[in-house]
Design a protein. Sequence first.
Length: 209
Amino acid sequence: MSGEDFILNLILIGESGVGKTCLARRFVDDRFDPTASTIGVDFSKKQLSLDGKSVNVRIWDTAGMERYVAINEAYYQRADGVVVVFDVTNRASFEAVNGYLVKVMENSTSDACLILIGNKIDLNENRKVTREEATAYARSQNIQYYEISCKSNSEKNIDKIMTQLCRDTLEVVIRREEESDKKDLDAIKRNSLKIMQAETEKEKRKCCW
Ligand code: GTP
């Protein structure tokens, strides 16, 4: 990694078994393999070139099992982008989404980019959540909703969705850096001004002696 790389931290959250690990693998290696339930947090990374910028995407794949909830919340704080995943054939996993969004709002930075993903659309005959319902919910939360199948990736949209999220997240990270640079510059200016004023006062006092 060169010193010029941007680093993006993405986290994948959602109930156990919705396909977070499969989504990370599809995005990183374009593979669909058998998976075991994640213990704690899994980590993978992908190098992207976005609009001429070299970007190191770090993907934190959290465990959906209840016992890991406390661990996961610590990762929310450093997330630049958040992917909330549910399984369209599992209504409970959709109903749990709101709880995840609340935790994200409470624990992550306010400018983190968020998207909602409904996975396993290859199992359409077992659907328990319609596209319309999920779209309406996402709209009510002001976030984008996408449907995918990590297994078939028949719509070939996983790479596009994740790359767009990285692009939006990169904008936020760059804006944050610019704001932080501006704050530093303002602080330097304020300090310089104070020093100059102090010097002028000293000069004035010398004249009066
Ligand atoms: P935790 O690690 O327990 O939080 O689960 P997870 O959300 O990471 O789920 P994981 O990626 O391990 O997938 C769970 C199961 O769903 C596995 O058996 C996958 O093979 C299966 N699966 C994932 N995505 C799809 C999909 O798009 N279609 C189908 N049919 N099965 C899928």
